[in-house]
Design a protein. Sequence first.
Length: 185
Amino acid sequence: MITYVIDDAGALSGPVAFPDIPGFGSQLPGNATHLPKILAAPEPGKTWALVDGQAQQVRDQRGRVYRTADGTAEIWQQLGELPEDLTSQPCPGENFTWVNKQWTLDVYAQRSSLSAQMLEQRDTRLRDAQLRIAPLQYAEKLGMATPEEQASLLDWMHYSVELNRIEQQDHFPGTIVWPDQPQRH
């Protein structure tokens, strides 16, 4: 008889030999079994396991797998086919969804994400522009603005309006022509 060890998932490994225990002889651990012959190498992606007391090749997808709902990774430790909500294919990146047993780029989600990023950049530039505009507006309102400050205020205001209109560009959000920041301070 040939001895194999059974791991926690039920896979067979071996053959193995256990030494005789003095005074007791040959002892078989609880996680071992005898088989009549040496098992052949399993097919790729499979392993040997006991199924209803018989050695059979079963699918072995143990290891890192991914949730089809969101692509998050986890460790799978069971033999057999994966449940429908898991795959061995890693999610290639943001904005991919699981469709027809494969990751597919969600173009709408990608465009929406890129749009949000571009609008965030725009808003940062608008905040920076407002920091330049506010003191110039105060000087103008108080009648203290120099001709250079008045010209600078107009430049910054035009810049802000152009920033606010980036969504109207033909290739937004994929390609944006950012307005030049005014040079006059």
